[in-house]
Design a protein around this ligand. Structure first.
Ligand code: NAI
Length: 292
């Protein structure tokens, strides 16, 4: 398989913009695509300023900065992805929406292109079934934030070819990541373990066992986690956590995966975490007491 030179990153929220940054820094031409023009311009700004920070810290030359930023292109049209060798989607965690996107992307990209999903939990086999190229569809699950976290979890669908797997692994390694491989079961490795812990932390809060601060301090100092599970849930996005729990519950079929009612209520209330200024914690400038 030819070396990846151009990537398309579809969905430029917190994950997509980080993936685009990695790709630009590692010499690739990068098409950023989002249906929301504000998200697109915010992503371009954040990628540019994050790369520039590397210049300020002396980790990157001005010339390398200019090159990386010069390889970033923004668009809202899937047709523009026709030159992409590799497309990574990081849109909303919904099987229906992702399938619809894959169906469309499949029509516009060249026949040799690989379609990768950054999904946290959704079946790669089912996403692949929306395309005419299931052997070229794969899960490439970055951790948040992609430029910092060292792991990429690769998930092969039922029909993913060895060629697609090797090209995806090569790309992750080019980004300096360590790769782990998972079978295609709901939540894969990381979220199958992490999300029930986060859900249980929210249950612990919901049932009044302890305050949010004590739950987080307990897990930070008691088990050496760098972030408490409730802060981490806010960082990931409570909507993303809820979507993942729903996929685990539906896919693995056990009541232990049922989303905590308090998690559902937070999302219903629009408390999506840091990105909205309020989740389990309140990050706004004049914090009100947020009681469960
Ligand atoms: P986000 O909400 O920050 O960004 C999603 C972006 O996709 C938005 O900018 C939205 O406008 C755009 N979008 C939605 N539908 C689209 C479409 N049809 N075409 C083009 N753009 C579209 O979400 P986030 O947190 O970046 O998550 C994205 C994906 O990455 C999800 O599948 C999530 O499960 C996964 N993920 C999230 C992690 C996290 O910590 N938040 C970690 C690892 C994976």
């Amino acid at each position: 398989m030819a070396e990846t030179k151009t990537v398309g990153v579809v969905g430029n929220g917190q994950m997509g913009s980080g993936i685009a940054q990695l790709a630009a820094l590692h010499g690739l031409h990068v098409w950023l695509l989002d249906t929301d023009p504000d998200a697109l311009s915010k992503a371009r700004k954040s990628v540019t300023s994050n790369i520039h920070r590397l210049v300020s810290k002396g980790h990157l030359s001005q010339a390398a900065f200019n090159d990386a930023v010069g390889r970033l292109y923004c668009t809202s049209k899937l047709e523009e992805l026709r030159e992409a060798d590799f497309v990574i989607e990081a849109i909303v965690e919904s099987e229906d929406v992702k399938k619809k996107l894959f169906l469309e992307v499949d029509k516009f990209v060249k026949s040799s292109a690989i379609l990768a999903s950054n999904t946290s939990s959704i079946s790669i086999t089912r996403l692949a079934s929306a395309t005419s190229r299931p052997s070229q569809v794969i899960g490439m699950h970055f951790m948040n934030p992609p430029p910092i976290m060292k792991l990429v979890e690769i998930v092969r669908g039922a029909d993913t070819s060895d060629e697609t797997f090797y090209a995806t692994r090569a790309l992750a390694e080019r980004f300096g990541k360590t790769v782990i491989c998972s079978q295609d079961f709901s939540g894969f490795i990381v979220n199958r373990i992490l999300m029930p812990m986060i859900n249980e932390a929210i249950h612990t809060l919901y049932t009044g066992v302890a305050t949010k601060e004590d739950i987080d301090t307990g897990m930070k100092l008691g088990t050496n986690h760098p972030m408490g599970p409730l802060e981490l849930a806010d960082f990931i996005g409570l909507d993303v956590c809820l979507s993942i729990m729903k996929v685990l519950h539906a896919g693995l079929g056990e009541s232990k995966y049922a989303p905590c009612p308090l998690l559902v209520q937070y999302v219903d209330a629009g408390r999506l975490g840091r990105k909205r200024g309020i989740g389990v914690y309140d990050y706004r400038k004049t914090p009100e007491q947020v009681k469960p």
